[in-house]
Design a protein around this ligand. Structure first.
Ligand SMILES: Cc1cc2nc3c(=O)[nH]c(=O)nc-3n(C[C@H](O)[C@H](O)[C@H](O)COP(=O)(O)OP(=O)(O)OC[C@H]3O[C@@H](n4cnc5c(N)ncnc54)[C@H](O)[C@@H]3O)c2cc1C
Length: 510
């Protein structure tokens, strides 16, 4: 307790202590809270959240048309049926999360407007001490917790990634990023250029095209999309048969996951056939005269970047109707009236939307230290993409790209609860993964193989992400189908887990 006493003397003592502190009240943090209540009812926990409400991504994103690009049967939780159409608006997702919070009495655990800035682990006290700033009062708050559950998402909220283009300040119209959408922007009757062609652009373009004079989607290179009805046949059939919603949810989830897995396998096994199918859909919607090769044929193999689902083909219908168009070119510079392209073409605009992606933030921009020594996560090796060598009592949630994010949030939640119960039963005060003797000479590489998945925001962040080894235990995979069986089978007494404070003789370190 010497350290705590010293901190107290310096007026920096934590005012509260919990067993677990969850960072973030997005879909992952709320999943964590639910599972703690269910599986570790004795655990005292708190969630700290920067924003003034829950929802994370779905709270902070306000641009027109904002919606999920994967289905809500699997993006929603396993424990609460999703009863609406599979692709949902931010508002619908927030309302679903609100019900989860209310039904499970989770609100009492959440502190809004608390932005965590620092976290320091003390081996002596087996505690993380976090320092947060209250965004409403500017007051500094210090809270200690034995276990830190990082549900902070993967990008910096309210500060999207916008490249610097020459002449941006010359532009006389408005520039807006979907991550900090201005309340007062009115696009009705205006010419809009949306820079980018990822999932966000694919939602902003058709939504703005409904009332804008014209929307141009300007891309440097094309993206793959999938499209279809915003409905899932098996769910419709089961509902017609008046099957209970919880059963509809379970069967529909299984069917979607089965189909997704088969699709992912095909992307690796027969990428050309999948590519032909995806492009065939687009050709059918845009007609024989449309230049699909130029505007919708990426150079990478399907699934190397996320494939957004376009419900009811609204993006393509907007293009076919002439309300929206696609330009594939590079920006030379911004001008007073719009954008000059490298081809010499000029795109006139009243509004330019920079749907240019994220700034990844690995750990919520929190300055981490261990016994006062700054921690660089790039010096660590990831244990299955959820813990890190040499970092005690910390779990990190990073979901799937090729399946719904939440599937992994819940797998990790189940693992963390099992781990916390194991620690409670054995009296352990800390756990950290460590390389075993057979891992010592293992080659280490970047967090994710760029041949596997390589969006730009990830490439920009590899130097600050943890590293991976050449065995599955030391890798973050994108494989729900294997992880769903592997995670529950993780042996908590494996020698890769170093415990401290255990009362039992199985302890690996004291
Ligand atoms: C527009 C958009 C659409 C998407 N659609 C899908 C989709 O359809 N399917 C899918 O699988 N994925 C989708 N994603 C990815 C999506 O971000 C995740 O699926 C999911 O919402 C992430 O949830 P989360 O709770 O892990 O993180 P987030 O939603 O990012 O929430 C993290 C929370 O932590 C808080 N926080 C962060 N740092 C701190 C700190 N230092 N102190 C206190 N609080 C902090 C944040 O304020 C935030 O509220 C989408 C992403 C975007 C941007």
């Amino acid at each position: 307790m010497a350290k705590q006493q010293a901190a107290a003397n310096a007026g920096q003592a934590p005012t509260e202590n919990y067993d677990v502190l969850i960072v973030g009240a997005g879909i992952s943090g709320v999943a964590g809270a639910y599972h703690l209540r269910q599986q570790c009812p004795e655990t005292r926990f708190v969630i700290l959240e920067t924003e003034e409400s829950f929802g994370g991504t779905w709270w902070t994103h306000r641009s027109p048309g904002i919606r999920s690009d994967s289905d809500l049967h699997t993006f929603g939780y396993g424990f609460k049926p999703w009863v609406g159409p599979p692709i949902a608006t931010a508002e619908e997702i927030l309302s679903y999360m609100g019900e989860v919070i209310e039904e499970n009495d989770l609100d009492q655990h959440i502190r809004y407007q608390h932005k965590i800035l620092k976290a320091d682990w003390s081996y002596e006290d087996s505690l993380w001490t976090i320092e947060a700033i209250r965004t409403d009062t500017n007051e500094t708050v210090r809270i200690s917790a034995n276990f830190l559950w990082m549900c902070q998402g993967y990008y910096r909220h309210n500060e999207g990634y916008t490249p610097e283009w020459e002449g941006m300040t010359d532009f006389k119209g408005r520039i807006a990023h979907p991550e900090n959408w201005p309340d007062d922007i009115d696009h009705a009757g205006k010419n809009v250029v949306v820079i980018g062609s990822g999932a966000t652009a694919a939602t902003v373009v058709p939504a703005m095209a409904e009332t804008a004079a014209h929307v141009t989607m300007l891309q440097r290179s094309p993206t793959f999309f999938r499209t279809g009805r915003n409905a899932i046949e098996i769910a419709e059939t089961l509902r017609e048969l008046q099957i209970d919603e919880s059963v509809v949810h379970e069967i529909t989830r299984k069917k979607i996951m089965f189909d997704q897995s088969a699709f992912t396998e095909r992307c690796f096994a027969e990428p050309e056939a999948v590519k032909d199918e995806l492009l065939g859909q687009v050709r059918e919607l845009l007609g024989p005269d449309y230049d699909v090769d130029q505007h919708f044929t990426p150079s990478y193999r399907p699934w190397r970047q996320r494939i957004a689902f376009v419900p009811d083909a609204d993006l393509f219908k907007g293009i076919a109707a002439g309300r929206a168009s696609v330009v594939t070119d590079e920006i030379d510079r911004f001008t007073e009236a719009g954008i000059l392209l490298q081809s010499g073409e000029v795109l006139e605009a009243d509004i330019i939307v920079t749907a240019t992606g994220f700034n990844m933030n690995i750990m919520g921009d929190i300055a981490f230290s261990i016994d006062g020594k700054p921690l660089d996560f790039h010096d660590t090796v990831t244990f299955r993409g959820m813990m890190f060598t040499g970092v005690p009592n910390l779990a990190w949630v990073f979901g799937y790209f090729r399946a719904s994010w939440t599937l992994r949030s819940e797998l990790i939640a189940a693992f963390v609860c099992r781990l916390l119960n194991h620690m409670r039963e054995t009296g352990a005060t800390s756990i950290e993964p460590a390389l075993r003797p057979e891992d010592k000479n293992m080659p280490l590489s970047d967090w994710i193989d760029e041949n596997d998945f390589n969006p730009n925001y990830l490439q920009r962040a590899l130097a600050i992400l943890p590293r991976r080894g050449d065995k599955r235990e030391w890798q973050h995979t994108q494989d729900y189908w294997r992880e769903k069986d592997e995670f529950p089978a993780i042996d908590l007494e494996d020698e890769m887990f170093v415990y401290r404070g255990k009362a039992r003789s199985t302890m690996a370190a004291e």
